[in-house]
Write a protein that binds this ligand. Structure first.
Ligand SMILES: [Zn+2]
Length: 196
């Protein structure tokens, strides 16, 4: 019941925010905005921040972390080369694109903080950090609350389980993912338990 209430409150907050937004529509724009956001968050804490490399994936390719498969996920992050991979066109809605890139930047933030690796816990933390970045985009007028709600639905809809799925690290069920996303959206990076 409490979780359901949190979700309802989160949706209400989405709807209550102003709807004027000068949308940033290209992945390059969004990457630049996410780098600006996280570099300012790190700077507030006196921490250095290096942007990730960003690679568009248009077919099967390898990374130091193994093969990148465009059919498994619209985005991926490799700690070893600090690179975000994304599939152009896989995220049709702007909110989806912000959410996918926001999540992968969440992994990069963890890597920058010295906590690389993929686990259920780090996936949920990446959702939280993504939520914080999406909220900042809404408050900065870069994304409408409606598009942010679309991204929230993507997080709910792309949940899986607590156990590895086909050898992949689990992201957690959709309601857990959405609670983590909402924590970051409503509370900022300090709600994500990473010391920022
Ligand atoms: Zn992830």
């Amino acid at each position: 019941m409490a979780r359901r209430l949190i979700s309802i409150l989160a949706v209400a907050l989405f709807l209550a925010l102003p709807s004027v937004a000068a949308a940033q529509e290209t992945p390059e724009d969004i990457v630049a905005s996410l780098n600006a956001y996280w570099s300012s968050v790190f700077a507030q804490d006196g921490l250095p921040y290096s942007p990730p490399s960003v690679q568009a994936v248009t077919g099967p390719m390898n990374s130091p972390c193994g093969p990148i498969d465009v059919f498994i996920a619209p985005g991926a992050y490799c700690d070893a080369n600090a690179t975000i991979y994304y599939v152009p066109g896989a995220s049709v809605d702007l909110g989806d694109l912000w959410t996918v890139l926001g999540h992968e930047f969440g992994h990069h933030v963890l890597n920058e903080l010295g906590s690389p690796g993929h686990s259920l816990e780090s996936e949920l933390t990446a959702d939280c950090l993504g939520g914080a970045a999406v909220r900042n985009a809404v408050e900065s007028g870069l994304l409408s609350p409606g598009d942010a709600a679309v991204g929230m639905r993507l997080t709910i809809g792309s949940g899986d389980s607590f156990q590895p799925v086909n050898g992949q690290v689990p992201h957690g069920p959709g309601n857990f993912r959405s609670i983590s996303f909402s924590s970051g959206y409503n509370g900022g990076p300090s709600a994500c338990g990473v010391g920022l």
